[in-house]
Design a binder for this molecule. Sequence first.
Ligand code: G3P
Ligand code: MG
Length: 244
Amino acid sequence: MANPCTVPDAPSTRPTITHVIFDMDGLLLDTEKFYTEVQEIILARYNKTFDWSLKAKMMGKKAIEAARVFVEETGISDSLSAEDFLLEREEMLRTMFPTSELMPGASRLIRHLHANGIPICVATGSHRRHFELKTQRHGELFSLMHHIVLGDDPEVKQGKPSPDVFLAAAKRFEGGPVDPQKILVFEDAPSGVLAAKNAGMSVVMVPDPRLDSSFHQTADQVLSSLMDFNPSEWSLPPFDKAAN
Ligand SMILES: O=P(O)(O)OC[C@H](O)CO
Ligand SMILES: [Mg+2]
């Protein structure tokens, strides 16, 4: 089992990476905490508690897919439909998302890859309306992405762990589709790590420390923070020492 900061594969056995895909929620932005908070509030009404085993099943998925998991796994589907759950949490999320902050190391890594000509993009389960709210204060950084694939994109038939969103992202790079073996994905969610592997890509997982470590096994590398990423281990240009 891979623990944070361990390296399951020796760097020499890794494929040469030419393109990078970033997940968004919980990886670039600290938005997972908002979902957790509203879900705790809603479940408290039913005298139930929200825990990280349920969180692990929901995170990374499209909204309606995560909503179905929520009402079914907690046994409240007779009282609250997945659709009504989404309506109820929407009011709270709408005010929270514009306060989103960048995760540690996100800005440094995005700017570094962009400055060195490595094509980068975002592949998120978030739909357009939420994406706009979450990135309101981060437009300049997200403008460095070659493209952004959202959960409500017509090509994304199924959310993560389906590979749809990552395969659509690979297609849209200049001269695409890019060979999945040359793509490195950064993810925080178990469903996202699986989606990247299902797409045939390499994946660096940066999980929340509260996530059970059994979910680390599928990733090619597990880090505690994007700050710990070493581009040289993935045949990517090294950070400029003077800039660190
Ligand atoms: O982690 P992302 O960026 O795929 O987003 C998925 C959901 O919107 C939040 O779990
Ligand atoms: Mg995520």
